[in-house]
Each structure stands twice: as structure tokens, then as C-alpha cells.
Design a protein around this ligand. Sequence first.
Ligand SMILES: [Zn+2]
Ligand SMILES: [Zn+2]
Length: 307
Amino acid sequence: MQTALAILLSLALGCPALIRSMNTSPSDLRATTTKVILLGTGTPYPDPAASGPATAVVVDGRVLLFDAGPGVMRRLRAANLPINGPEALFITHLHSDHTLGYADLILTSWVMRRRAPFPVYGPRGLQRMTKHLLSAYSADINIRESGLEHEVAGGYRVDVHEVRRGIVYEKDGVRVTAIAVQHGAWKDAFAYRIDTVDRSIVISGDTRPSEELVKAAQGVDILIHEVYSAARLGPEDRPGGKDWPRYCREYHTSDVELGALAVRIRPGLLILDHIIRMGASDEELLAGVRAGGYAGKVLIGRDLDSF
Ligand SMILES: [Zn+2]
Ligand SMILES: [Zn+2]
């Protein structure tokens, strides 16, 4: 009887395969709510209103965090999310704007009484980065552990998983899949797809237009995608600045290109994130997306917006 009910409910929700594979009971189906909170929508430019890249997916109070740009701990607090460490962190790639908050996350969550090793997933090189960060802060760690602060012994530890494309995390009704994307010279860069019982979300990370992302994101509820303004793109007046347009084309996705991708992906909602504006207004960016052919729902992401 219970099995029959589960099948009926899963058919009604339109995702029977996912629900069956996650061993979800009918009571979970009723209860689960998944929320996306944009913690940081910025770029390397230190805009006080746009913290470094970081997005929280909150599933019934469980926090999965995607990227750790500068300011991430303060934005977690501002969003009233736990400050003693998310359930897991997923890094899209190792560019500094996406990882400058990583040491802050590791060390501050420990000082805020994290006890268990912090599970972190990301590209090759993450293990090395983590080791060097802990080594850089070894004096701090020693003093906090052995001195009058009496921090939790070993509570700073990190459990690093270097991943390849495919399912990288599956726990209690949450599945995270890494999508290999192309981001210029970076050998490993990932977008992530998150599936929960009630929602599907794709976070692009940094990427030029990606066919693998188009395939993996088909019909997703929310697509959060990086973008630059095509209309404003031109050489910059600085040494090496003539390569700026080529850099953008090889590393990033223009608003017009994103519009064309979204036509094929058909997301329930498209959110523009990590916007390289070059002076473009919201209206210009949205016009670019429309020029690409996309007529669906689209928003400009702002720090602490939630969906
Ligand atoms: Zn990047
Ligand atoms: Zn970036």
C-alpha cells in the first residue's frame, strides 16, 4: 500500500525516477521545501553591494553552499543561515573570486564551534589549495587550539573531494551533479545541478556557452547563469587590454548568448548572476537576453535575494 501511494505521489509530481532513487517517503514529499539564496552575486570588482560568488541551496534548513567568494561568512550570517559550517561546499573552479572566502569558511566556522570535518567538493587542485591554506594559518590554528581560546581540537579539518563530471553528492533526498564546462584555460571548471524532491536548480559557475550545460539543465526550475554585456564589450585601455574581448568570449557568456541558451534550456526562471556589466544597466542586460530570443521569466540577481 505504501509503495502504491509513493508511486502515485511521485507520478503526480512528475519525477518518479528521481524520487524512487532517493528512497523518499510520502511524508518527505509533503514536507520538503527548497530555497535558493544568492549570498554573493559579484565579480572580482569589490562592489560593496555585491559580495563574491556564493549561492546557498537550503533544503529544510540544510545548507548546501556553492562557491566561497569573499564576504561569504558575513552573507551567511546576513541570511540567517548557520555560521558553524554548511552541510557541504561545492567549488565551481579555483579562480580567486570564487575561493577567497574559502579560508574564512574553514576557519570561522571552526571558531563558531564546528566539530566535524567540513565536506568540500571541487576540481582537481582543491586538495592542494586546502593544504596550503591550512599551512598558511598554522600559527593561528596552534594558538587557538592550545591557548586560552580553547577551540575545538581538530575542528578546522576539511574533508576534500576532488570530483569529475557526474553525480558527486547524494544524501537524504539531495543530489548534486557536476557538469563539466569550458572556462578558458582552466582544465577543470564545473557547473552544478541540484535536485531535491521539490526543485531542480542549475548554477553555471563561470563558463562560456556550454552544450553540456544545455543538456544537463533541460527544463530546470531555476537556472542561475553568469553573464557579460555583449553591447559593452570592447578593448580596455590598459596593458593587455586589447585581449579583453577575446578573454570574455573564451571564458564567459554574453547576455545575447545566454538568451539563446535559455531558449533551448527552457528554465522556469533564469537568474543573471556574476554580471560583468562594463557599465551596462539592468535594462540593457535584459534587452541582450531578449535579443538572444528568450521570452521566459528572467531576473537580475542581487545579494540576499531568495527564490
Ligand atoms: Zn572564473
Ligand atoms: Zn568568476
